[in-house]
Design a protein around this ligand. Structure first.
Ligand code: MLT
Length: 307
C-alpha cells in the first residue's frame, strides 16, 4: 500500500519528486498519515495522528515541532542542518554591509528626490547631502561568531575573505567542526570576552533551554558602543527587554535581525528582515531533498540519519 505523506507547508518540487508516485501519496490533508513533512508550520502534539511514524522538517531548527512529545511517542524527527547554511551566510554578509555602510539610509534619501528632473540639480543636492551616509569598512574589523556549526563556520570563512578578524565561541564545538574551522579563527574563552572585544557579533545558535535569552543585559552591556549585533539564528536567543534597554542606553550601535518584533519595528538603530535567511530557491530545494531522502530512508529501510 502507498505510504501517505502529509505536507503542512509548500515543499519544493525537487524534493517531492523524490517520492515515487507508485509508493507514496502526498496531500495537505490525511486522516491517517504515515509521515509528516513540513517547514515552519507550528505543529502541536495533539495534531500528530497515532499513525505517524516519522516527521521531517525541511529546515534546520526544530523549535516548531514538539520534539519531547515525539521522542516520548517514539516518532523520530528529522531536520536538514547545513542544507540552507549558504543562504543564511549570504544574508549575514548583507547584514554586515547594511550595518557598516549607509546603504538603506542613502537609498531612502534618494527616494525623497523623486520628482527632481534636472540632473545637475540632483547631483548638487546629492553632493551636499552624502556626507551623512558615510560608513566604515569591514576590512580589519573583528567579527565574533557565536555558534560554530554549519552556518557559523561558513559565516566565519566569509568574514575572513572580507579581511575581517574572526573570533569564535561555541561551548559545544564538535571535533569535526573544529577541524573544518579555518585556523585564523581565534577562540574566545568566554562569551563576555567575545562581546567586549568585537565590532560585529553574529549569533548562530539553536533555541534550547540553555540558549534562550542567552544574550542578556550583562552581555549587551559588555559591547562597545560602536558595535553591531546580528541575529539570523532565532529571536528567543536575545532577551528583548534587555536589548531595547541596551539600545536606548546606546550600549551598541545597531541590532540587525531576521525576526521582526513589535518592540523593535521602526527604530532607527534596528534593521529587520522578515525571516528570509533560508528563503532562496536553492536553499528550499536543498532542504526539501535532504528532508525527503531522510524520510524515505527511514520509512523504507528503518534508518535514522540526520544528513
Ligand atoms: C531554519 O530553521 O532552517 C531557518 O531558520 C529557516 C526556516 O525557518 O525554515
Amino acid at each position: 500500500m502507498a505510504k501517505r505523506i502529509l505536507t503542512l507547508n509548500q515543499i519544493s518540487v525537487l524534493g517531492l519528486e523524490r517520492l515515487p508516485r507508485d509508493s507514496y501519496e502526498i496531500a495537505s490533508e490525511f486522516a491517517h498519515p504515515d509521515a509528516i513533512l513540513l517547514r515552519s508550520h507550528k505543529l502541536q502534539a495533539d495534531d500528530i495522528a497515532d499513525s505517524v511514524l516519522g516527521i521531517a522538517r525541511a529546515g534546520a531548527g526544530v523549535n516548531n515541532i514538539p520534539v519531547v512529545e515525539c521522542t516520548r511517542r517514539g516518532i523520530p524527527v528529522f531536520n536538514t542542518p547545513g542544507a540552507n547554511a549558504n543562504a543564511v551566510k549570504e544574508l549575514v554578509a548583507a547584514g554586515l554591509l547594511l550595518g557598516s555602510r549607509g546603504i538603506l539610509e542613502g537609498s531612502d534619501y534618494v527616494d525623497t528626490l523623486a520628482g527632481v528632473t534636472d540632473k545637475a540639480e540632483l547631483n548638487r543636492t546629492l553632493e551636499a547631502q552624502k556626507k551623512q551616509f558615510k560608513g566604515s569598512e569591514l576590512y580589519g574589523k573583528r567579527l565574533g561568531v557565536v555558534g560554530l556549526g554549519a552556518i557559523g563556520s561558513l559565516v566565519a570563512e566569509m568574514a575572513l575573505t572580507l579581511g575581517m578578524e574572526v573570533m569564535g565561541y561555541d561551548p559545544a564545538l564538535s571535533v569535526d567542526a573544529a577541524w573544518r574551522l579555518p585556523s585564523e579563527v581565534k577562540k574566545a574563552d568566554t562569551l563576555s570576552a567575545l562581546f567586549s572585544r568585537c565590532d560585529y557579533i553574529s549569533l548562530h545558535l539553536p533555541v534550547l533551554d540553555s540558549t534562550r535569552d542567552l544574550v542578556n543585559s550583562e552581555l549587551l552591556g559588555a559591547m562597545q558602543p560602536h558595535a553591531c549585533l546580528l541575529n539570523f539564528a532565532r529571536q528567543e536567543i536575545v532577551d528583548e527587554a534587555a536589548l531595547v534597554g541596551a539600545l536606548d542606553k546606546k550600549q551598541l550601535r545597531k541590532y540587525i535581525a531576521d525576526f521582526p518584533s513589535p518592540a523593535l519595528i521602526g527604530r532607527k538603530d534596528v534593521i529587520l528582515t522578515p525571516h528570509i535567511g533560508a528563503s532562496t530557491d536553492e536553499a528550499e530545494d536543498n532542504c526539501a531533498v535532504m528532508a525527503v531522502e531522510q524520510l524515505r530512508d527511514f520509512l523504507e529501510n528503518g534508518n535514522i540519519r540526520n544528513s
